[in-house]
Design a protein around this ligand. Structure first.
Ligand code: URA
Ligand code: SF4
Length: 210
């Protein structure tokens, strides 16, 4: 029998998926449940110096999920992801490339607590925290994940390659298309050329939305 993947029939993957995750009321409730858990988390040493846990925010029905590295000082104070200079650039790229606002996507980080002096998160910290992001991915169920920078990309793919090489290829994480791109802070440091590449990558992500 020819199995026509383009037919309107739901495919096998859809059938095995937990459909309760698609119910917005349920997703909202489960995300709130997770938030309460993360706010009490002491699984790694980073809990000691945080002012706030930065859980992530956006539309619970988002098709595009942006994953950053970890909160910085502004995020730690405001309890929200990407609200400093990197965040302003991310907002602008979401507006200009996707013609969307940040509240119609979802924005989260690999790590939910600020590392001291904004150092790169340790492997141990990533391993302690990653299941919270996994649960967010499961609940929001985006059609594409955009990994912002090497920390996010490597945390999600186990690749040694950096985003500079990787961004020409397509990856997936838990059966979801994954686009590697630069962290906005790299664009702030390196200028317009990086901004343009990020715009291209955001467009690639938009084209994968279904
Ligand atoms: N950089 C990140 O990776 N995440 C934030 O939330 C802010 C800055
Ligand atoms: Fe828990 Fe993650 Fe914060 Fe570590 S960084 S304390 S694992 S929430």
């Amino acid at each position: 029998m020819v199995f026509n993947m383009t037919s309107a029939e739901p495919n096998i993957q859809m059938n095995t998926k937990d459909r309760s995750n698609q119910d917005p009321i349920n997703v909202d409730r489960e995300l709130n449940r997770l938030l309460i858990k993360v706010e009490a988390c002491k699984k790694c040493e980073l809990f000691k110096q945080r002012q706030n846990v930065v859980f992530g925010e956006g539309s619970i029905q988002a098709k595009i999920l942006f994953v950053g590295e970890a909160p910085g000082s502004n995020e730690d104070v405001q309890k929200r992801p990407f609200v400093g200079r990197s965040g302003k650039l991310l907002d602008r790229l979401i507006n200009e490339s996707l013609n969307m606002t940040r509240d119609s996507v979802y924005i989260a980080n690999v790590i939910k607590c600020r590392p001291p002096e904004n150092r790169t998160p340790l492997r141990l910290e990533i391993n302690s925290c990653i299941d919270y992001l996994n649960r967010q991915i499961e609940l929001i169920s985006p059609s594409v994940i955009v990994a912002l920078g090497n920390t996010a990309f490597k945390a999600l793919t186990n690749t040694k390659e950096g985003v500079t090489q990787a961004r020409t290829k397509l990856y997936s994480y838990r059966n979801i298309d994954l686009i590697p791109t630069f962290h906005p802070s790299a664009a702030l440091r390196n200028g317009q050329r990086v901004v343009e590449m990020m715009k291209e990558d955001f467009l690639k992500a938009a084209n994968l939305v279904r």
